[in-house]
Design a protein around this ligand. Sequence first.
Ligand code: FES
Length: 133
Amino acid sequence: MNRWIPVCTVEDIPALGARRVAREHGLDVAVFKAADQQLFALLDRCPHKGGPLSQGIVFGHSVACPLHNWNIALDSGQAAAPDHGQTPRFALKVEHGQVYLDAHELETLATEATRPLAGPARRTCPGAASGAC
Ligand code: FES
């Protein structure tokens, strides 16, 4: 059973763009808005070399990674052929304009994924929770 928590409103997400949702552990989750107003949630990490998908260009139901232009399907996180790899997808629901993500997934899904050390991606310090950074 899902335990939904509110993360933002639909209006908070730019058209053909994304809003990042920070997590206590692990990389951010990116909530995308397509041209047809459908919303999708993926880990903010490209399956290629970790680029920040939230900074990519949304077209159709895909996002083009800003680093090397791989196309990632928003509904599955799957890279378009001939590229391969998958970004974890998060469950999402919308009620009365409020966007919700599943608390259990936020706490547990892909928390071990790391950012590359170079590039425009925001870095997450593994010791941040303990004040070590
Ligand atoms: S890191 Fe996304 S295409 Fe290379």
